[in-house]
Design a protein around this ligand. Structure first.
Ligand code: PMT
Length: 404
């Protein structure tokens, strides 16, 4: 029972996904957790406290000042009791109130009074999720260490399609179990590139690609969760970095190369998630290129290969590459694994709407003598799975080197 002796407050806020909280309660209890359910007033419009009481084996709490409950375990005592607060579903309103630090109901008060981590599984209409106000709230919360589970993307109860569906209870259970699991990369120093690069043509134009930085940020978060000390060298992306991560912002491949080579010394693991421009302009025009001729020619020169240079210059580093392929995925990925002398490579097919600038992805992971498929899921879930796979290989290799 992976959650034996773990004390969990399950916060349920208002939304149609509240019905899934019943299954989540059942799964948490089955995994050995002691679960106390706290519902917001809006949650009770979607599911009855009686259902959650029957499944958790404890009376459900709702009101902030309930004399009977306060006499048994006061709200501050309850906050201190919990090892973890999981909010599922976490509505846009609840997340906004947490971001503001409000304490106007029991759940928000517990989140302020609890010194331990909070995990939240957002659930809302896709328009509400993508609204800048919600995104700003999410940035604030993740910077403060709130760990997000999802949201997933797909068809919604309101008929819309897009991001905002609550992750399935089994996925939430897996994230909670991982949270309490052994930190496989504790004490390890991990360097990671992410996002696109921009190669200027003139003062206003550049060559770039569609990388959003989402896969890399998800990996940085998963590596932090696994206990690693993480440094990222990030191409242009507005995404916030997870709490505790050292971030170096760059624009061009040459700048990324420079900083990575400086940072690589003393690191244990290098992951190259960035979509680095293979070429840059031979000459950058000092003035804006004017429209005149029907055709103009650009001369491009090759950029340094950051990943290949790191693996050659720092052979002690465990090097993981990425490969974005539109065809012959395995062949190209295995060629890169060999040619760049990597320990592992994660290949994503990018011609079926996955990969670049999406919330979901799928990965085919190769290493010398083996491979594993990580099927389509959110980038955060894939990142957790890839970090676990990487850590297993790294720890095995590391032990082998240590005993050589
Ligand atoms: O950022 P997202 O929108 O979430 O999208 C994620 C992603 C699709 C960008 C990511 O999953 C991914 O596949 N990243 C690598 C994309 C790529 O351009 O791969 P490549 O096949 O061109 O390069 C192979 C490897 O060499 C990569 O690890 C790359 O970082 C590295 N490389 C490439 C060229 C170069 N000059 N220097 C490098 O380090």
């Amino acid at each position: 029972m992976p959650l034996r002796n773990k004390k969990i407050i399950l916060g349920i806020s208002g939304g149609i996904a509240a019905y899934k909280a019943a299954e989540l309660t059942r799964l948490l209890v089955k995994a050995g957790a002691d679960v106390r359910v706290v519902m917001t007033a809006a949650a009770e419009a979607f599911i009855t406290p009686m259902t959650l009481q029957a499944l958790s084996g404890h009376e459900v709490r709702g009101a902030l000042f309930d004399p009977a409950h306060e006499a048994a375990m006061g709200h501050i005592e309850l906050a201190r009791w919990a090892d973890l607060i999981v909010i599922a579903p976490a509505s846009a309103n609840t997340l906004a109130r947490l971001a503001q630090g409000l304490a106007d109901d029991l759940l928000s008060t517990l989140c302020l009074a609890n010194p331990n981590p909070v995990m939240a599984a957002p659930a809302m209409n896709q328009q509400m999720w993508t609204h800048p106000a919600t995104q700003r709230n999410m940035s604030l919360l993740t910077q403060r260490g709130v760990q997000l589970i999802g949201p997933a993307s797909g068809e919604q109860a309101c008929g819309d399609t897009g991001p905002g569906r609550m992750e399935e209870p089994a996925t939430i259970l897996a994230a909670v179990t991982a949270h309490f699991g052994e930190q496989q990369l504790a004490g390890r120093k991990l360097l990671l590139t992410l996002g696109p690069t921009r190669e200027p043509l003139d003062p206003v134009r550049f060559l770039s690609n569609r990388s959003s930085g989402k896969m890399g940020m998800a990996l940085a978060r998963a590596a932090v969760n696994a206990g690693a000390d993480v440094t990222i060298v990030a191409g242009p992306t507005a995404l916030p970095e997870p709490q505790g991560v050292k971030r170096i912002n760059v624009e061009t491949a040459a700048q990324m190369h420079h900083h990575v080579m400086q940072e690589a010394a003393g690191k244990d693991i290098f992951i190259a998630t960035a979509a680095v421009s293979d070429y840059r302009a031979a000459d950058i025009s000092a003035q804006k290129i004017k429209k005149s001729a029907e055709q103009i020619e650009l001369t491009l020169v090759k950029n340094p290969d950051i990943l290949a240079d790191v693996s050659a210059s720092f052979p002690q580093l465990f090097c993981v590459g990425f490969a974005a392929e539109t065809q012959d995925l395995e062949k190209h990925a295995r060629d890169k694994l060999t040619n760049k002398r990597l320990d592992m490579i994660a290949a994503n097919p990018v011609n079926d709407g996955l990969g670049f600038d999406r919330d979901d992805n799928s990965l085919e992971v190769f290493w010398p003598g083996g491979q594993q498929s990580l099927p389509v899921s959110s980038k955060q879930q894939l990142a957790a799975a890839l970090i676990e796979l990487l850590a297993n290989h790294y720890n095995k290799d590391h032990k082998r080197h240590a005993s050589d």
